[in-house]
Ligand binder design. Sequence first.
Ligand SMILES: [Zn+2]
Length: 83
Amino acid sequence: MQRLRKAVLLIAVTFTLGGLAEPLATPATTAEAKSTKVWIAPNHGKKYHYAKRCRGLNHAGKLKHVTLKWAKHHHYKLCGWEK
Ligand SMILES: [Zn+2]
């Protein structure tokens, strides 16, 4: 299972780098849940991400930008890569 995930990740990374090379934004870490925006992948588990380019989102498909408050309210948890 882990091996498969890595393979998928590699393909996704390659695709992402070729497709959309966005500058890496460094989000300020103010613990203000109302104004902090995070990324979620509604069709890919219950994790939220500060960085849109996070590895955890590479194969997530459709993304949604929501407030941290919203994500927590809907039982999303911080992704494993950003702990
Ligand atoms: Zn993440």
